[in-house]
Ligand binder design. Structure first.
Ligand code: SIN
Length: 289
């Protein structure tokens, strides 16, 4: 591996972390993801506990909470500690609660949500800050339906300094119609221009902010150049396992991801078995360079 990429991994993996007092943290990889223990999300968290969960999210980007027994209201109450919940028009969702996105796959499914690398809702002017997916049913085959996550700080850092420099100042179009290729998209889907390199709004750390789910072109480049560069960047995320963690679900697992600095990919390897979860999304802010 290139020495500058190794240095980037070392910087992220070895960043100093203060100890936790109200919960346990077991990292999934040196660069992304952690299992959180010693916490019951069905109960209101104290300010001190919430501050540690929040810090754990900023440090690890993906948090896995196992053996949680949550009603919809408890799932939402925990999610609301991070901000206002996103409500979707009822006609756009499967279910009757505008704040709850049902994630469902079974023998009748012809596609599943999130089955490609993406960051949620980046065609919005203000994409979400995070999502909290509570999986209740996992495939009866006993495995499958994992979710992959990628660290987009490291994705940027592992590019050569010359390419990182070139990306600074570029902007890209994120198009809500892109996931509808081959289908008729509903009217009024958003389309927004965001910087290609943005800063995390809480930590200030830079990250690569393009994803194959929504990013259609880089504004300052000729179409053929934009296509080639986006392919290179998408491949850099999809083909570099160092960036990834893989969450293996069990019933009653809740995973929260920081949507501002990650991508994810739901693996559909369990057809015709079923998987069921409920996702709550927290509103975010406009990504800034
Ligand atoms: C998604 O939000 O993209 C779905 C993730 C999953 O089903 O694991």
């Amino acid at each position: 591996m290139d020495p500058s990429a190794l240095a980037a991994i070392e910087r992220i993996a070895g960043a100093p972390r203060a100890p936790y007092h109200s919960l346990g943290i077991e990292r999934l990889t040196p660069v992304i993801g952690a299992e959180v223990t010693g916490i019951d999300l069905s109960q209101p968290l104290s300010e001190a506990q919430f501050a540690e969960v929040h810090r754990a999210l900023l440090e690890n980007h993906v948090l896995v909470f196992r053996d949680q027994h949550l009603t919809v209201e408890q799932h939402k109450a925990f999610s609301r500690r991070f901000g206002t919940l996103r409500a979707l028009p009822l006609e756009d969702i499967d279910g009757e609660d505008p704040e709850l996105v049902v994630i469902r796959a079974n023998a009748h499914s012809r596609h599943v949500a999130g089955e490609a690398w993406h960051t949620d809702g980046t065609a919005d002017l203000e994409p979400s800050m995070g999502s909290l997916l509570y999986v209740k049913e996992t495939p009866a085959i006993g495995c499958g339906g994992d979710t992959l996550f990628a660290n987009m700080h490291l994705a940027l850092d592992m590019l050569s300094p010359a390419l990182q420099g070139f990306l600074q100042g570029l902007t890209a179009i994120h198009d809500g119609e892109l996931p509808w290729k081959g289908f008729t998209p509903p009217p009024g889907l958003p389309k927004t221009e965001h910087p290609v390199v943005v800063k995390h709004p809480e930590t200030g750390r830079p990250l690569l902010f393009v994803n194959s789910g929504f990013t259609s072109r880089i504004v300052q480049l000729a179409p053929v150049e934009s296509q080639a560069l986006l392919k290179l960047l998408f491949d850099a995320v999809a083909h570099e396992p160092v960036l990834h963690c893989r969450v293996r679900w069990a019933p009653n697992t809740l995973v929260m991801w920081d949507n501002r600095c990650t991508q994810h990919h739901a693996v559909w390897d369990y057809f015709p078995h079923s998987r069921y979860g409920e996702r709550v999304t927290v509103l975010g802010t406009r990504p800034m360079a």
